[in-house]
Design a protein around this ligand. Structure first.
Ligand code: ATP
Ligand code: MG
Length: 465
């Protein structure tokens, strides 16, 4: 089939020459190309597993859009520019060969990183690395594209997505009647893609402008069987869940202190340690922005909780005192964070105050108290000691808690060699809010170092008998 015919077929929305071979159609790829060329959808997330033809689909879309619509301007962006030139560009060249697009029709400028077509169309390669000097990606804030593709969205910062989606639909779209399009390909990753696409998709709440196509490797009829075999036989459970089964709940973070499974197991945990001794821990919101979260623990099991959207210290105090009476919890077994608003609660209730940045207990080698308690909490979770009684948390609260506890991650140690946790600013960047639940949980570990129990044999201990 002559190239001109293929271009015309593509323009008319007939993708069989791409997606069908020997009578077998790659249904998902076909669907993706249809959505990528329709007049309704703006943002399309494709993939969610390995080997589903993400790169091929992106490359073939850009190639044919450039050929169909002279003078249009596109981009392909990744966290690392050299991965575009080393990997995505290779796919692009294979795609050109496959569909008989001769080299003379385009030119690669390796200095400025773009592909120029004979007909004036062009594809820019964008470096989407996060730069602290340019957190909002203002370097791309004034460039005008027809449409574009973010490859491997799991590596790309929210700011890049947020800026680039405003840069499409600005080059000849009206003239050609082309809807603005942002194509994103990815493996599962709990970042902005999870919040903006995947989660709303699972609950049927995805915005009508947006589209998610999940494609597993088994759904790609063009895949080399060895590729599937390699994935299937991986002994790495997280890799298997994410890349083979397309499970978004597993994050591939080698720094995580607790596995996804261990965290999920806290809900209704039969093994949770209950001692009959009760505690109250609470993360009190700073100044209205976050939630105040408080819980009553029986040993290591949460049996009651409350959330206040705005910190009203009087409400919090009333709640604490009521629970102290109900469960007979002495002041010294109650703790809330003492930074900010919490300080007032600590004073008024005469309970313990948790100071995040204070020195760790027992001379242990942590950056600060909060870090120490975070690590301790992770140990208790991994030992299956932590629990949340049934019916204490709603489904959405469970999901929030899982996400926040997954943020218990080691962080690069400084030259002082002290153990660190992933910093709060980084966590906020990834999950979009402050990890209030996590803080409420980790304060429970404070009592690992501060049990004020008076033993029955106190007199002997003190040498009085
Ligand atoms: N329409 C097609 N025609 C022929 N081969 C195709 C087509 N679509 C995909 N393939 C083949 O399927 C294989 C996987 O495609 P691709 O590399 O695009 O997948 P991917 O989802 O990007 O994979 P990874 O997760 O490894 O990045 C490749 O070998 C590619 O050549
Ligand atoms: Mg790929």
């Amino acid at each position: 089939m002559a190239l001109a015919v293929k271009i015309e077929l593509f323009r008319r929305g007939c993708f069989d020459f791409i997606t069908t071979r020997d009578g077998v159609k790659h249904e998902k790829q076909d669907e993706a190309l249809r959505i990528l060329t329709d007049g309704d959808h703006v943002e399309i997330l494709y993939g969610g597993a390995a080997g589903g033809a993400k790169s091929w689909t992106g490359a073939v879309w850009l190639l044919f859009m450039c050929l169909c619509y002279p003078g249009t301007k596109w981009f392909v962006g990744r966290a690392e520019l050299k991965r575009i030139t080393q990997s995505t560009f290779l796919t692009f060249k294979r795609v050109c060969t496959m569909y008989g697009v001769p080299d003379e029709l385009w030119n690669f400028n390796g200095q400025l990183n773009y592909i120029q077509f004979y007909n004036g169309s062009r594809i820019d390669f964008l470096d989407l690395q996060y730069k602290p000097s340019d957190p909002l990606y203002e370097r791309y804030g004034s460039i005008e594209f027809t449409g574009g593709w973010i490859e491997e969205g799991g590596e790309v910062n929210f700011g890049a997505y947020d800026t680039l989606k405003t840069r499409v639909g600005r080059c000849l779209n009206e003239e050609y009647g082309l809807k603005r399009k942002l194509f994103i390909t990815c493996n599962p990753k709990k970042n902005w893609m999870y919040d903006i696409f995947y989660k709303p998709y699972t609950t049927g709440a995805l915005n009508a402008r947006m589209y998610y196509i999940a494609c597993l490797v088994q759904e790609n009829p063009f895949i080399d069987p060895d590729y599937i075999e390699g994935l299937k036989t991986t002994s790495d459970k997280v890799k298997f869940e994410r890349l083979f089964k397309g499970n978004w709940e597993y994050d591939d973070n080698p720094n995580a202190l607790c596995s996804h499974d261990a965290i999920c197991a806290i809900f209704g945990n039969k093994l949770a340690i209950r001692t009959g001794k009760h505690y109250i821990t609470g993360d009190v919101a700073r100044f209205g922005a976050d939630y105040a979260r408080l819980a009553v623990w029986d040993g290591w099991c949460i049996i009651e909780k409350v959330c206040f959207p705005v910190s009203k210290t009087t409400d919090i105090q009333t709640w604490i005192i009521a629970k102290q009476k109900k469960y007979r919890i002495p002041n010294y077994r109650c703790i809330v964070d003492e930074d900010g608003v919490g300080g007032g609660v600590v004073d008024n209730c005469d309970i313990q105050g948790f100071v995040n940045n204070s020195t760790p207990f027992a001379g242990e080698n942590y950056q600060n108290l909060q870090t120490q308690c975070g690590y301790k909490l992770a140990e208790h979770i991994n030992a299956n000691e932590v629990g949340v009684a049934e019916d204490v948390m709603s489904q959405s609260e469970r999901e929030e808690i899982v996400r926040e506890l997954e943020q218990l991650q080691t962080w690069k140690a400084d030259s002082d060699g002290k153990l660190k946790l992933k910093p709060k600013e980084e966590i906020k960047e990834d999950i979009g809010h402050s990890p209030d639940w996590r803080d409420m949980f980790l304060m429970r570990s404070w009592f690992d170092y501060n049990e004020y129990d008076i033993p029955d044999n106190i007199e002997r201990v003190l040498g009085l008998t």
